[in-house]
Design a protein around this ligand. Structure first.
Ligand SMILES: *Cc1c(COP(=O)(O)O)cnc(C)c1O
Length: 387
């Protein structure tokens, strides 16, 4: 039985997959089972931030696996302490809770916001505003938080207490942010929703209203965070610091992790017994995360990410089929004039280029470490397909 046949027999069919079995990878290139090479412009949905099997990252993971792989959170580990310190100092936050995914990071933020409000104001102030076209995860609670009707099927009853506001609609925000609301949760750049950056005015209004009403701001930086936009956090582009931020995807370079970081206001909300995760803060994930942060904190690294983003945008703008290019840094959405994004993705696969889509756009989330040479190689394939 071939890999795909065996896979489909034993793994549930919850994804629409492409007929590609990836076998091994190095930097921006992966090989399939037959040895055909692919340039990766998707990094496992923004997860392999240092590309495939970066040397320092591999060394960090392997050496941690050889010393201690897991302890439970009843005990302390030095690697979790080191990673937490570096992460909080890099991001400018007080402390962190570790889970294993973006959805879990968001669940944690939602719980903290509701408890903050409950502790201070009591019952009846539990609603959370999220945005139309947002994406916050696949658990029942984060699906409920996700402001897209397509996700609100089959699994009734969903979790109560989410109110959807149209992105960039200040009047809608003002009307819905009433006394029942304890938090506003948003992505600075909506990723799955089509790589759409929020407008500065709208972000300003969120922070202004939330400050006035003691409502918690939650920035879901699961996709935008950890250098993806050329700053460590996308909030830096907007001059804003949310009370809570969530990180996952690229944070540990391709091993599972999720993190909810709190500023001073929310740092003491969780108390013993109020939240937990068996695997959260796993030593191997923390070691991977430290390798990622060491790379991102090296001089000039984030500036290079921004420069590569500019370079790709400039080249894309010269392609006649490209109608517009959205996003920030190496989070790139490409709106096409006549062609259909899923068709381009399939054709690119044939030619040895891995792409993503977001709504009707082609989406690029290349590894942050991609070289200009590999950018040129990948873009040459894309340009040919867009002729
Ligand atoms: C991917 C994503 C999530 C969900 O992360 P998982 O690790 O799949 O649970 C949440 N929010 C945003 C913005 C994302 O892009």
């Amino acid at each position: 039985m071939g890999t795909i046949e065996q896979f489909n027999k034993y793994v549930m069919h919850s994804y629409g997959r492409y007929d590609l079995v990836l076998d091994k990878g190095k930097d921006v290139t992966a090989d399939d089972e037959n040895g055909k090479e692919y340039i990766d412009f998707g990094s496992g949905i923004g997860t392999n931030s240092l590309g495939f099997c970066n040397d320092e990252w591999v060394e960090a993971i392997c050496s941690q696996a050889k010393s201690i792989q897991h302890t439970s959170n009843y005990y302390y580990t030095k690697v979790q302490a080191d990673f937490a310190k570096t992460l909080c100092e890099t991001a400018g936050y007080s402390n962190v809770f570790f889970g294993n995914s973006g959805a879990e990071a968001n669940e944690c933020a939602i719980k903290i916001a509701r408890k903050y409000s409950f502790d201070k104001y009591g019952n009846g102030r539990h609603n959370i505003i999220t945005l139309v076209n947002s994406f916050h995860g696949r658990t029942l609670c984060t699906l409920s938080a996700t402001g897209q009707e397509v996700f609100h099927n089959y699994f009734f009853p969903f979790v109560d207490g989410f109110i959807y506001v149209e992105a960039n609609n200040i009047a809608d925000l003002r009307e819905k942010l009433d006394d029942t609301v304890c938090a506003v949760m948003f992505e600075y750049v909506q990723g799955e929703g089509g790589v759409m950056a929020l407008e500065q005015d709208f972000v300003d209004e969120i922070f202004k209203l939330c400050a006035e009403k003691d409502v918690i701001t939650i920035a879901d930086e699961v996709q935008t965070g950890v250098g993806r936009t050329g700053k460590f956090l996308a909030g830096e582009h907007f001059g804003k610091k949310a009370d809570l931020i969530t990180l996952a995807k690229g944070l540990a370079g391709g091993v599972p992790i999720g993190a909810c970081l709190a500023g001073e206001k929310c740092a003491q909300v969780l108390t013993p017994g109020t939240h937990g995760s068996t695997f959260g803060g796993n030593p191997i994930s923390c070691a991977g995360g430290l390798a990622v942060l060491n790379k991102l904190n090296s001089p000039g690294f984030l500036g290079e990410v921004a420069a590569k983003g500019d370079y790709i945008r400039k080249k894309l703008a010269d392609i006649p089929e490209v109608k517009s290019v959205s996003g920030i840094g190496l989070m790139i959405g490409i709106e096409l004039k006549t062609k259909n994004a899923p068709d381009i993705l399939k054709a690119a696969l044939e030619k040895g280029l891995l792409l993503l889509t977001a709504k009707t756009k082609v989406r690029l989330l290349p590894p942050l470490t991609i070289s200009y040479e590999d950018i040129d190689k990948g873009l040459a394939i894309l340009e040919e397909l867009l002729k």
